[in-house]
Design a protein around this ligand. Structure first.
Ligand SMILES: *Cc1c(COP(=O)(O)O)cnc(C)c1O
Length: 359
């Protein structure tokens, strides 16, 4: 007899829940989880391998618990006058967010975001025993300061997760909204800048707001622009006191020495690792223009993906593209789908296949 986890003495709030599960199918054109689809350049790969092979000899010892060199390297990469004590890192920014919620959410607390937004926010929240509250966005999934402040004042959450630009919609979030939300709460305000590198070059980061705002946190990841999703490295910048709080909840030695040296090597080649960003942005804008020409409704995107409406049957479209070897995402918004910008060839394969569909 097979049983399900709901038959076990699991926490009540988990009964009937579904884990995160974007399909991982070995299709030739995978544009469903917003990875950078360009492989690591050979010279960077060689440097990473050399660093890892040196570190392998010391695997008998625990890694540097404070990952000091890596924090210094991230501070240098971020700029804005930040130093190592302003920086934290973990195995993907999902773990960074988990650390924040373990320290600042938990039972009898509330976490708020503005939906539709990143699907992991409610799961990470509920895993700490806290309650997730989904606020609303305006037309075209935008969020104004007045609307955000009114909703925050009504819910009075302990933690606010602002995805900027937002996944799965691609929507930018102006800094004045972030500053207004900060002033409207005495909770923690997290700005998830997972896609920041794909925004226009003159768009300011929420890092510019950190000074004098000890409850503000800006998280980033190496998984998207940096083409390092498989290594699992995310990081954040905040006041040193905030970093101290995260030391209470992380597992000891949570960042392996292999991860630390691999990330350090990749950061030494930041320019090369990020060299594909302009090309991806070009493909993103080509997707938007072509979708419009095909009669779909793409939303403004400051990311490496495009959400588009006007899809009569997302599930049928997903399956028809799947049969043609192309994986995109049904994000659960009726009449909408999301596609990541790939290489020029992958993007063309997607656009040609979509254009060929008979519905
Ligand atoms: C992809 C993504 C992340 C990054 O996740 P990692 O754990 O760093 O791979 C974080 N936030 C959002 C909104 C994302 O879309």
């Amino acid at each position: 007899m097979t049983i399900s986890f709901s038959d076990l003495p699991i926490r009540d709030e988990f009964r009937g829940m579904t884990p995160y599960g974007a399909p991982q199918a070995p299709l030739p054109v995978a544009l469903n989880v917003n990875e950078n689809t360009h492989p690591i350049p050979d010279d960077v790969a060689t440097d990473i391998v050399d660093s890892v092979s040196l570190a392998v000899r010391d695997l008998n010892r625990y890694p540097d618990r404070e990952f000091s060199l890596l924090r210094e390297a991230f501070a240098g990469y971020l700029g804005h006058g930040l130093s190592a004590e302003n920086v934290w890192a973990a195995n993907g920014s999902n773990e960074v967010l988990q650390h924040i919620l373990q320290a600042f959410a938990g039972p009898d607390r509330t976490v708020m975001g503005f939906g539709p937004t990143y699907s992991m926010y409610p799961l990470l929240t509920q895993a700490t025993g806290a309650q997730w509250f989904a606020g609303e966005r305006g037309p075209d999934f935008s969020l104004t300061a007045a609307s955000a402040v009114a909703q925050v004042e009504e819910v009075n959450p302990n933690v606010i997760l602002l995805c900027a630009p937002n996944n799965p919609t691609g929507t930018p979030l102006p800094l004045d909204v972030i500053a207004a939300v900060y002033d409207a709460t005495d909770g923690i305000v997290v700005v998830d800048e997972a896609y920041f590198e794909f925004a226009p070059h003159d768009a300011p980061s929420a890092l510019t707001l950190l000074d004098g705002r000890p409850r503000l946190v800006v998280s980033r990841t190496m998984s998207k622009a940096f083409a390092f999703a498989g290594a699992r490295v995310g990081y954040l910048a905040a006041d040193p006191a905030f970093i101290d709080a995260l030391r209470l909840v992380r597992l000891p030695y949570h960042l392996s020495s292999l991860t630390q040296v691999a990330a350090l090597a990749a950061l030494r080649h930041a320019d090369t690792m990020l060299a594909t960003v302009d090309n991806i942005v070009e493909q993103r804008d080509r997707i938007s223009a072509t979708l419009t020409a095909l009669g779909y409704r793409p939303y403004e995107s400051w990311t490496n993906f495009v959400l588009f409406g006007g899809v009569a049957d997302p599930q049928a479209t997903f399956l028809a593209l799947y049969e043609r070897g192309i994986l995109i995402r049904d994000v659960g918004i009726p009449g909408h789908m999301r596609v990541s910008a790939g290489t020029e060839e992958e993007t063309t394969a997607f656009l040609d296949a979509l254009a060929s569909l008979e519905f």
